[in-house]
Design a protein around this ligand. Structure first.
Ligand SMILES: C[S@@+](CC[C@H](N)C(=O)[O-])C[C@H]1O[C@@H](n2cnc3c(N)ncnc32)[C@H](O)[C@@H]1O
Length: 228
């Protein structure tokens, strides 16, 4: 059990003093993230943008994933030059910034529903040859064009289930899925034909600071349509 899983189980983060420490930690974490954004992208990706499509499309708001969380998620990731990576619901492009910083050699695509948020991501990514931001719905793409998918909880659970149906109906080759904040809907993939879980962990504390208000879980999967 890692430290974050332990904290999740002990529920000590509900203590009012700890809640104050969490708020302070988050301020420091956002400062750190904003500074790193500026180095990589030339602008900050920190500011949260609420979704106009929550009721109609089960879309979550644009919140950028913290760099230290991405460090945990991609800790053992093997990503090759011929991989094609997509962030499904890329927001302002924090995950793409992270991949650029790590110098992962593959193509990096993001699809984003909120047009103004997509434009923001398009603007800073245009100086990088291996990036592409698509403004539109994740439901309009063919995921046979990609080998690695990242999802930072873009959808409410019912919409996530529909998205998984789409993948299962359309994919003709294996893909890997990184699913961040999977605790509401990630269990949908447990014991499902074709899906194999590679890793599942909680994140909460890094570098002595809290990275979120409560512990959050992620999982890494492969999906092979031939094993269905
Ligand atoms: C929580 S943010 C995650 C941003 C980024 N992936 C990250 O982890 O830093 C989720 C994003 O998914 C987008 N989204 C929700 N539904 C979508 C859809 N159907 N198609 C494309 N993007 C969508 C939202 O607009 C929001 O910007």
């Amino acid at each position: 059990m890692n430290l974050s899983s332990f904290i999740y189980k002990s529920k000590f983060y509900k203590n009012p003093v700890i809640r104050k420490l969490i708020s302070l930690s988050l301020r420091i974490t956002y400062l750190f993230d904003g500074a790193k954004d500026k180095k990589i992208c030339g602008c900050s990706l920190v500011k949260y943008v609420p979704s106009e499509y929550r009721k109609t499309m089960g879309a979550t708001g644009s919140q950028s994933t913290c760099y230290w969380v991405l460090d945990s998620i991609f800790k053992d990731a093997s990503i090759a030059e011929n991989d094609r990576f997509i962030d499904v619901g890329c927001g302002k492009g924090r995950v793409i910034a992270y991949m650029l910083w790590k110098k992962y050699p593959c193509s990096l695509t993001g699809v984003e529903l909120n047009d103004s948020v997509a434009s923001y991501a398009k603007k800073w990514t245009q100086k990088f040859d291996n990036t592409n931001i698509i403004s539109g719905s994740a439901f309009d793409l063919d995921y046979n064009d990609y080998t690695i998918l990242f999802m930072g909880r873009p959808f409410e659970p019912e919409v996530f289930y529909t998205f998984i149906d789409k993948l299962e109906n359309e994919l003709t080759h294996p893909v890997r899925l990184y699913y961040w904040v999977d605790q509401q809907s990630g269990d949908h993939l447990n014991d499902r034909d074709g899906w194999t879980m590679l890793k599942r962990e909680y994140t909460f504390v890094s570098h002595g600071l809290f990275m979120s208000r409560t512990p959050q879980r992620y999982s890494v999967w492969t999906y092979d349509p031939h094993e269905k």
